[in-house]
Design a protein around this ligand. Structure first.
Ligand SMILES: Nc1ncnc2c1ncn2[C@@H]1O[C@H](COP(=O)(O)OP(=O)(O)OP(=O)(O)O)[C@@H](O)[C@H]1O
Length: 576
């Protein structure tokens, strides 16, 4: 229990002071509750002594008024501090995760990790946000208040005090058993929630495939299994808790009745006044309220603790080793020296050495799966090489901070991702401080202006998440506009014109020429015309550069390139 409490306390980070304040307000709240008891005591004393009158009534009224007002104010502030602490505990972690993800190797992102990240950022951190401060404050204040209350009762009547101590001890014993038992089950419940999020995510993402292959039955099997797993783990938790919750209730009932019986016996034996005996009867309803508050916190402790453990697993996501500096190279040549690379075990690039001179265009061609995209991704350090080095302007890409490195590079990917935001902001992603005029200019150069102006709200049109409401070609052109706006010295184009209709292709080619003028270009090319015009062609086959040179040099040589250009080699799988 102490370990779990410490874990929440550690996790609360900068919000510790809010937790402390909330505990303090809970303590004050308990003191104000005592004013109620004092009011009752005043009335009981007056009734028993038969000296009741206006003074008694006003005193009792005054005490109750103070109690109500004090209760309301302290409850409000205690709740406020808890909500503040919970919100920021979760928000800080969410921000922390987002920051970490920026320097995670791209290989980390797959369906499972996506489900895991979504699960932690939503349900797991929701648990922390909503119940962590409540549990922490409930337990701490409940225990402190119960202890103070017990000391006061012991001082008032030690015999009744002992009964309260015994009831409290037994209640805590049962609660601690329940808390220990839930150690085994709480992480399972956590896991089932993450599995459910991952399954739903995959189901929604794969909806087009599921529909087109009419797999609705099979497609949702994973979701149904995940729901069943989640239901079962929740039921297991309930099943485990129910007997303990019943035992807790029974113990408190027995000791409350015990207090009443003791009071009657002590009164009959003449060792307790009638006023005090009446007070014991009344207090038997209130005396265990504080310990119950601690108990309900304890029963949720494991859930919060395993939520925190789960969220903290995000700290173990592999990170690219970042010791870089904010470098600004003088030239932008790209040099690979003996690069070996594997995503997992299988090596994809073998001893690749190449040079892309500053302000020249290099076309990369080769069969599908030969390693062209991988080559480009290593320049942007989406992954780190396993051997050898990739240098830009004489500096290893690992010597740059990720931010400084990305300042050097614009990328136009095969699959364009657009955010659920306005067209303008999607283009501005290339340079957030760009003016509207600059955005329009980039859009014009990328042949986007016409279709954007035809949209209902022009540049302010909000596109669907993932760019769902635009055609493939339109998305591609927007991503080129983004790159134009960024105006980085190195441009990496991966199948940049693959989705553009023939009507726009020539204009887009011109736009790409404008984008790439005076820059270092590495492009995965698929048009013979582009390849021919490149300063250098690299032919990749099976993770190696098998040929390099200009079109004129390569066409005259025996090899893959001339075979392909002369149609002697099957075009299947080739990107040309
Ligand atoms: N994230 C990844 N994890 C594991 N293997 C990968 C990953 N990405 C690519 N590969 C594998 O690496 C090899 C090279 O892939 P790459 O995408 O670089 O080839 P490519 O030449 O660009 O192919 P294409 O022209 O079809 O896009 C392929 O065998 C591919 O299956």
């Amino acid at each position: 229990m102490i370990e779990a409490l410490k874990k929440i306390w550690r996790f609360s980070g900068r919000e510790k002071s809010n937790i402390n304040k909330s505990v303090l307000f809970c303590f004050l709240n308990a003191i104000f509750h005592m004013f109620e008891i004092a009011a009752i005591y005043v009335v009981v004393l007056a009734l028993v002594s038969g000296v009741s009158g206006g003074k008694t009534a006003w005193t009792a009224f005054g005490l109750i008024l103070v109690s109500i007002l004090g209760n309301a104010v302290t409850k409000y502030f205690s709740q406020l501090e808890q909500t503040h602490a919970g919100y920021f505990m979760a928000a800080n972690k969410r921000i922390d995760i987002a920051a970490r993800l920026k320097s995670v190797p791209m290989g980390y992102f797959n369906d499972n990790s996506l489900g895991e990240i979504t699960g932690v950022s939503t349900t797991v951190l929701d648990n922390v946000e909503n119940i962590a401060p409540m549990v922490l404050v409930g337990i701490l204040s409940g225990l402190i208040n119960a202890a103070v209350f017990i000391v006061m009762i012991l001082a008032w009547d030690w015999r009744i005090g002992i009964l309260v101590v015994l009831g409290t001890a037994l209640y805590l014993l049962i609660t601690s058993r329940m808390e220990k038992k839930s150690i085994a089950i709480a992480p399972n419940r956590q896991k089932s929630e993450a599995v459910l999020v991952a399954a739903v995510l995959e189901y929604v993402q794969g909806m087009s495939v599921i529909k087109s292959f009419n797999l609705t039955g099979r497609g949702d099997k994973r979701v149904r299994d995940a729901l069943e797993y989640n239901r079962k783990s929740n039921m297991d938790m309930e099943r485990l808790f129910t007997p303990y919750v019943m035992a807790q209730g029974i113990v408190l009932q027995i000791f409350s009745i015990g207090m009443v019986l003791a009071a009657v016996l002590f009164f009959l034996a003449g060792t307790m006044t009638s006023a005090n005996a009446l007070m014991v009867v009344i207090m038997s309803f209130l005396v265990f309220a504080q310990i119950q508050s601690a108990g309900s916190g304890l029963s949720l402790l494991r859930i919060v603790s395993s939520s925190i453990e789960h969220a903290e697993q995000m700290d173990t996501i592999p990170q690219l080793d970042e010791n870089g500096k904010k470098l600004t190279p003088n030239s932008h040549d790209i040099v690979f020296t003996d690069v070996n690379f594997s995503y997992e075990k299988k090596e994809i690039l073998h001893q690749v050495s190449l040079t892309v001179p500053d302000k020249t265009t290099t076309a990369v061609i080769g069969p599908s799966g030969s390693g062209k995209t991988t080559l480009c991704n290593l320049i942007a350090r989406f992954w780190d090489v396993n051997g050898g080095s990739v240098k830009i302007g004489g500096y290893d890409v690992r010597a740059y901070t990720l931010e400084a490195l990305m300042d050097q590079i614009s990328m136009v990917f095969q699959n364009v991702y657009l955010f659920a935001d306005t067209i303008e902001n999607n283009i501005k992603f290339g340079r957030p401080d760009a003016t509207h005029e600059e955005v329009v200019m980039a859009a014009k150069n990328a042949c986007c202006n016409d279709f954007i102006e035809a949209l209902p709200d022009g540049y302010n049109t909000v596109i669907g998440e993932g760019g769902a409401s635009l055609s493939g070609g339109e998305k591609q052109r927007l991503s080129i506009a983004r790159a134009m706006l960024k105006d980085a010295p190195i441009v990496i184009l991966d199948e940049a014109t693959a989705n553009v209709d023939p009507e726009n292709e020539d204009r887009l080619q011109k736009a790409i020429e404008a984008l790439t003028r005076n820059k270092t270009i590495i492009m995965i090319a698929h048009r013979l015309k582009t390849v021919k015009n490149a300063d250098q062609i690299l032919v990749v086959d099976n993770g190696q550069i098998v040929q390099s040179g200009t079109h004129e040099q390569l066409i005259g040589r025996k090899g893959i390139y001339s075979d392909f250009v002369h149609g002697r080699r099957e075009a299947v799988g080739w990107k040309l």
